[in-house]
Design a protein around this ligand. Structure first.
Ligand code: C5P
Length: 310
């Protein structure tokens, strides 16, 4: 194999329940991940030394060195391969459509794509469960980008169980100017909670059974009413302008309006594709965000879209 290209989706969280801060600096979570049709593409090919280049949305803010999550994923996969690949050096080219630091797990998506691409390039033959184990070491959201669809995440978010859903959901994503740092949003969440002992987050987080039933029913009105995100107040405290975007979406008829993950992207659920288009136009006109995208979910996780043999 001389060149492999993998397409990988962004994620949103339909539920994000955050438990207390753990000794290792992470928070125990219960989350419902949902992969949506906004994709990055990652191409890998053999090289004399590993390099990464990035084009597309927010390319300038993606680190190009060893700290790049895709580079870390390639190194982690090489270490997990038995036998190790003869050469584990690759040229990585990332074409971004998922904005950076947006609450959409774009960096994790690129890491997952790099794992799938190198598994194919090296003909390493790791099964998905093995790739998921490597992925969990790279970042909490990386395993989900491998599997896609809709799934419940527990632990740091890396322990996944597939969720049963019906139908296709139509979303509008409202992208903000600038990003939010995930650790900073978690820290803000901790600070807000410290002022409210016995508030949410003191006990272990629990899966919302009503949301799971709504997802099985396929009724977007039910799902929209049950979206929840424990990081939303923290994200809004750091970016008060998000309040306007959320309010505008509700005013224009969204069935649900919520911050995605640690933000600042806001997501709006529409009843169907036509209403999603109308909502996207209204949100653009209201000037409450940098840009919008209409997407659908669930979609599959990282998958090979092109492979060339030498
Ligand atoms: O796992 P990942 O490197 O993507 O996480 C980024 C940061 O987000 C962590 O360093 C931590 O501050 C925060 N985080 C957390 N609890 C989680 C997942 C992430 O506090 N379950």
């Amino acid at each position: 194999m001389t060149l492999v290209t993998v397409r990988v989706p962004a994620k949103v969280n339909l539920q994000l329940s955050v438990g207390p801060l753990r000794a290792d600096g992470y928070h125990d979570l219960v989350t419902v991940f949902h992969a949506v049709s906004l994709f990055d593409e990652v191409t890998v090919s053999p090289a004399s030394q590993t390099t990464v280049s990035v084009t597309g949305v927010d390319a300038a803010s993606v680190p190009a060195g060893r700290t790049n999550l895709a580079v870390r994923a390639v190194r982690a996969l090489a270490a997990a391969c038995k036998p190790r690949p003869v050469s584990a050096e690759v040229q990585i080219v990332i074409r971004k459509r998922i904005p950076v630091a947006a609450g959409l797990a774009g960096g994790s998506a690129d890491a997952a794509a790099a794992l799938v691409a190198c598994n194919e390039l090296w003909q390493a033959g790791l099964a998905q469960a093995e790739l998921c184990e490597v992925a969990a070491g790279v970042g909490s959201d990386v395993p989900f980008a491998l599997v896609g669809g809709t799934a419940v995440g527990q632990g740091r978010g890396e322990r996944l169980t597939a969720a049963l859903t019906s139908g296709t959901y139509h979303w509008v994503l409202a992208f903000a100017s600038g990003g939010l740092s995930t650790p900073e949003v978690y820290a803000a969440c901790d600070r807000l909670r410290a002022g409210r002992p016995d508030g949410p987050g003191d006990g272990p987080p629990a899966l919302d059974a009503e949301l799971m039933a709504a997802l099985r029913s396929g009724d977007p009105a039910l799902v929209g009413a049950l979206l929840s995100n424990d990081l939303q107040a923290a994200a809004v405290s750091l970016r008060p302008d998000l309040r306007r975007a959320l309010a505008a979406g509700r005013e224009y008829g969204a069935l649900g309006a919520i911050v995605s993950g640690s933000g600042p992207t806001c997501i709006f659920l529409a009843a169907d594709a036509r209403r999603a288009r109308d909502l996207a136009v209204s949100l653009t006109g209201a000037g409450v965000c940098r840009s919008v995208a209409g997407v659908r979910g669930p979609v599959p996780g990282a998958s090979v879209v092109a492979a060339e043999r030498g």
